[in-house]
Design a protein around this ligand. Structure first.
Ligand SMILES: Cc1cc2nc3c(=O)[nH]c(=O)nc-3n(C[C@H](O)[C@H](O)[C@H](O)COP(=O)(O)OP(=O)(O)OC[C@H]3O[C@@H](n4cnc5c(N)ncnc54)[C@H](O)[C@@H]3O)c2cc1C
Length: 369
């Protein structure tokens, strides 16, 4: 193919035009990328950044496409698939293992490898789709662990200052499903690699009843037992990508669990005294979005055109075949309205919304990627 760029610096063989994005997402929704580059090295990534900069086009780093709702109109700039590989491990202080993985490494395979090595810290995050480099973006979490608990630093390219920085975890502003990468400064950073401090020989984390039920009381579990149990529990909920399971054609949980301040929680518990709730260290209270949705009258499997709530897990919106991004947005807004009107609580979407015009009507609280 001829280089659409015409400039020497753009590593021209790698630039493709009008590449459909829906097959590159787990939702299976979205139009084409105006330009598309697969970066297997940092140098290819910088070429792509240069290519976008020269044309004043927006740039979208793409991992496994598992946390995205892409517009049917596609993305009018340069999509760069992050594919930098490589894992290194060295002993750190106090017996910890310092493990660095390239941003393009597959997250679940990385978790499996570390658990097989006997390094504790991320075993409960098995089965989460996507890449290592995307895990700090929303501080992925499940079954009692979040990546922020084991991340030592994030190596990232700063598009504003045009240089690479090693950001210690304390500078990443990690919170529940948030970080400086998705909230404070979306678009500024491209993550190149992530360094984790794992604990050789430490016992696995087994905090969740769902997971504990998987094992006979009092039994001993290895890290790999937990890895496989988490995958099994997740698969039963459609939360592991499986082409044979239509409930996994999703972006995972579509809404975050709301964290309410004291006054908001008091108001909610007046009308819903039975609601499960989890007090947080910062004196907010987390409540399950799934409970709010179900008790507002929605049901598993409920259809909204070609979109449906998962038949296994009410928090996931799924694409039942030929869903459009507009149908996903409409379904999400209907659920938000239902929960707001029944419980006076706002649900905030978890996935990022890509390529939607500024004036389009997205779900309340949606973050544009
Ligand atoms: C079935 C299913 C189950 C899920 N379960 C969970 C769960 O239990 N817990 C949880 O937290 N999440 C879960 N998710 C959401 C999702 O898997 C995670 O958020 C994951 O980390 C996204 O990774 P990705 O590589 O697919 O990122 P993408 O979806 O490709 O990108 C997500 C965002 O990160 C940005 N990004 C990606 N890579 C980089 C990079 N290298 N540098 C800078 N920005 C980047 C993108 O631009 C985009 O804004 C689930 C999703 C699915 C489909």
């Amino acid at each position: 193919m001829d280089c659409p760029c015409g400039k020497e610096l753009c590593n021209n063989k790698t630039v493709q035009e009008n590449v459909p994005l829906s097959p590159l997402t787990t939702f299976g929704v979205g139009g084409p990328a105006r330009f598309f580059v697969r970066a297997t090295t940092e140098s290819e990534l910088f070429d792509a950044i240069h290519f976008a900069g020269e044309r004043q086009l927006p740039l979208l780093p793409l991992g496994g496409g598992s946390n995205l709702v892409i517009s049917d109109d596609g993305f009018p700039g340069v999509v760069v698939a992050i594919a930098m590989q490589g894992i290194t491990a060295v002993e750190g202080t106090g017996g910890a293992m310092r493990v660095t993985a390239g941003a393009g490494e597959d997250w679940d395979a990385f978790v499996q490898q570390t658990t097989e090595q006997g390094w504790a810290g991320i075993e409960c995050l098995a089965g989460i789709p996507g890449t290592v480099g995307a895990t700090p973006v929303q501080n992925v979490g499940a079954y009692g662990q979040e990546v922020s608990e084991t991340i030592e630093s994030v190596r990232a390219y700063d598009r504003r200052e045009q240089r690479i920085s090693d950001l210690p975890a304390a500078e990443c502003a990690f919170g529940y499903r948030r970080s400086r990468f998705n909230t404070d400064e979306p678009g500024r950073w491209i993550i190149l690699a992530v360094t984790f401090l794992l604990r050789p020989g430490a016992p696995p984390t087994l905090k969740y009843a769902d997971l504990a039920r998987h094992f006979p009381p009092g039994s001993h579990q290895t890290l790999t037992d937990i890895y496989h149990a988490v995958r099994a529990v997740r698969a039963a909920k459609g939360m592991v990508i499986d082409p044979a399971d239509p409930d996994s054609r999703s972006a995972g949980s579509f809404f975050k669990n709301p964290t309410l301040n004291g006054a908001q929680f008091a108001e909610l518990s007046d009308i819903a005294p039975e609601i499960p709730h989890y007090p947080q260290a910062d004196s907010t209270v987390k409540v399950p979005a799934a409970w709010l949705i179900e008790q507002a009258g929605f049901r598993k499997g409920q259809e909204f055109g070609h979109v449906a709530l998962s038949s296994k897990h009410i928090l996931a919106l799924t694409n039942r075949g030929s869903a459009s991004s507009g149908e996903i947005v409409a379904a999400a807004r209907e659920i938000q309205r239902g929960v707001q009107s029944r419980w006076h609580v706002s649900l905030t979407p978890e996935p990022l919304f890509i390529g939607f015009p500024e004036n389009s009507c997205l779900p309340e609280g949606a973050i544009r990627g």
